[in-house]
Design a protein around this ligand. Structure first.
Ligand code: PHE
Length: 355
């Protein structure tokens, strides 16, 4: 019986087979269990001979089953590990990735170009006070220029104004309509000489193919002694040549009006036509092209300098303001401003901004 059971255990190929053998041998009705039961009816002499043999048999079978079971379990585990193996060296599919947005990219380019000219980057809040956005820039309450700005006013500002309690210098009452309030904050915050650009978001209640309610501007401000319109023109020409990466940039200064500059000039750049597309560069008049307005600028108004606590007899300067989205459109040939804010990766790809 011993030999029969042990070779059956040895031959068992599965854990189920082992269990069947265990029940047959050691279960309640098992053959070894039956043998153990016969011992009760034996004479003491007989039990002394048979007892160790029966117990030995039970122990040998129990051990053999445990050993075989352990071996089968080890095999099963090895098989499972082999089947679930992950090949870490297999290449994965690339996840589509976006890139830095064209507007952010242009902002970085601006900061770089102007850093080479000695300009630092300044910032100001997008929620502004009436005073910083308008009054200090020589746009008093009654000024018609306020109507031109399509300002988003905040309810708390309107409420304070209606109650006659608005302190226009400290109540943040509107979304800035241009980056020019950063001129004011900079002049109030640091001593001249000043050379800064201020890129950032601006807001006007306006929307079509070339206007979005939120857009981006960059402001420029230089305050020093003996600053002239010549410095303004050279700075903008140098900037535009670097930005459009062309030496044949031609500027046209067109007399204009801004309350905070005097004199004021709109800056146009010449463009020519190539394959039905406008290309910045060349003289708009001489080569059958035209002019595109890119910047507003002028000499900082003495009243603005005085509003910031500086003596206009001692300090002069120039300022300019420019739509960043518009610059990006001109440089990269995009034609609908609204697409800038759709977050569509196909659009980025089309203009070479995503792989
Ligand atoms: N702030 C003006 C605008 O938004 C631009 C400007 C800035 C003009 C600085 C002159 C000087 O239209």
């Amino acid at each position: 019986l011993r030999h029969q059971l042990l070779s059956a255990v040895e031959a068992a190929a599965t854990l189920d087979a082992i269990e069947t053998i265990r029940i047959e041998a050691l279960g309640k009705q098992g053959r070894v269990t039956q043998l153990l039961k016969t011992m009760g009816a034996m004479s003491p002499e007989e039990r002394q001979v048979q007892g160790p043999a029966i117990h030995g048999l039970r122990e040998a079978v129990t051990n053999a089953i445990a050993a075989r079971k352990a071996a089968l379990e080890a095999d099963a585990l090895a098989a499972k590990l082999a089947s679930e193996r992950i090949d870490l060296t297999l290449p994965v599919d690339a996840v589509p990735a976006g890139t830095v947005h064209p507007v952010s990219q242009v902002m970085d380019e601006l900061a770089e170009i102007f850093a080479d000219l000695g300009f630092a980057v300044a910032t100001g809040p997008e929620i502004e006070t009436d005073w910083h956005n308008f009054t200090a820039l020589n746009i008093p309450d009654t000024h018609p220029a306020r109507a031109m700005h399509d300002t988003f006013y905040l309810q708390q500002g309107l409420d304070a104004k209606a109650a006659g309690t608005a302190d226009e210098k400290t109540t943040f009452s509107l979304l800035r309509t241009h980056t020019s309030p950063v001129q004011i904050r900079t002049m109030l915050g640091q001593k001249p000489p000043i050379r800064i650009i201020a890129p950032g978001r601006t807001y006007r209640s306006d929307s079509d193919a070339t206007h979005t309610p939120m857009f981006h501007q960059v402001e420029g401000l230089v305050i020093d002694k003996g600053i002239t319109l010549g410095h303004l023109k050279w700075t903008l020409e140098t900037f535009l040549k670097a930005f459009f990466e062309r030496d044949d940039i031609v500027l046209r200064l067109r007399p204009s009006y801004f309350p905070f500059t005097e004199p004021s000039a709109e800056i146009d750049v010449g463009f020519t036509w190539t394959k039905g597309k406008r290309v910045i560069g060349g003289s708009g008049d001489a080569q059958g092209g035209g002019w595109l307005e890119v910047l507003g600028s002028g000499m900082v108004h003495p009243k603005v300098i005085a509003a910031c606590g500086l003596d206009p007899a001692e300090w002069q300067g120039f300022a300019f303001g420019c739509g960043i989205d518009r610059l990006a459109m001109l440089k990269y040939g995009m034609d609908d401003l609204r697409a800038f804010f759709d977050g569509d990766i196909r659009w980025l790809k089309h203009y070479g901004f995503a792989a």
